[in-house]
Ligand binder design. Structure first.
Ligand SMILES: [Mg+2]
Length: 252
């Protein structure tokens, strides 16, 4: 993995841009810094303006762990596609959405039964319909909180899949699409021949791992040296400059 602004990154991106890719981005930690209270995360004007300009030229997708409804308010522009719940929430597929939501009912019951324990450990439960996030960022006993969460989820192992995020454990129906599935669908739907994707977290790695050889992938942050992305940025603060490189490549 090389830094995007090292030798070769910008010219490799320019080559991909000539092929009219789908441009896809995670939101939290990618377009905007991680904040201790997720409700305070909004795309900066600099990022939103550039993404709007790009969306006039190429299909732009946001693929986020948030719900579609939540993410929409935070972008500052209207993307071509907005996929929520880690790849599983697709406005074009309401039947599957309802089915995947019901698949989490056994977990909802378990969480309800252990409500007091979770609250005492500082775990905040966020039910996003197709996924349930168990946040422990604000817990004073994080190790204990994580143990409690995993003990609670373990008996449901055959029904749900569990993956970590930044100070959060996420649970979804076992057969829910992930971000890699979502990207594959979007590339088809848009008719693009390849894709650009940037993300910063565990749930973005399936996209990097499944990406075709001619896709352009960027991990935001240096926190995972084993990432399968081709390039990295130091943080979301470098995103506006990367978007400028995209716009410059398209104007040639
Ligand atoms: Mg993220």
């Amino acid at each position: 993995m090389r830094h995007f602004f090292s030798v070769g990154g910008e010219s490799a991106l320019a080559q991909v841009m000539c092929r009219k890719p789908l441009l896809a981005f995670d939101f939290d930690g990618t377009l905007t810094p991680i904040v201790s209270r997720p409700e305070q995360a909004f795309a900066s004007k600099a990022v939103a303006l550039r993404l709007h300009a790009l969306s006039q030229l190429l299909p732009v997708a946001i693929v986020t762990g948030r719900t579609i409804e939540d993410a929409r308010e935070r972008l500052g522009f209207v993307p071509t596609y907005l996929i929520g719940n880690h790849g599983a929430q697709d406005e074009n597929d309401p039947v599957k959405t309802a089915f995947l939501c019901e698949g989490l009912n056994p977990l909802r019951e378990a969480l309800q039964a252990h409500q007091a324990e979770l609250a005492a450990a500082g775990v905040r439960v966020e039910d996003k319909g197709l996924s349930i996030a168990l946040h422990y960022r604000l817990s004073r006993k994080r190790a204990q909180a994580v143990t409690l969460i995993h003990n609670l989820l373990a008996p449901l192992g055959s029904l749900i899949k569990v993956f970590a995020g930044k100070m959060v454990v996420n649970a979804m129906a076992k057969d829910a699409p992930d971000k890699a599935d979502a990207l594959r669908t979007l590339v088809q739907r848009s008719g693009a021949s390849c894709a650009f994707f940037a993300g910063d977290d565990v749930n973005d790695e399936p996209v990097f791992a499944a990406a075709a050889e001619d896709w352009f992938t960027v991990r935001v942050g240096r926190d995972d040296p084993t990432s399968k992305a081709k390039y990295f940025l130091d943080g979301p603060s470098e995103m506006a400059t990367l978007l400028d490189c995209m716009l410059a490549a398209l104007s040639k």
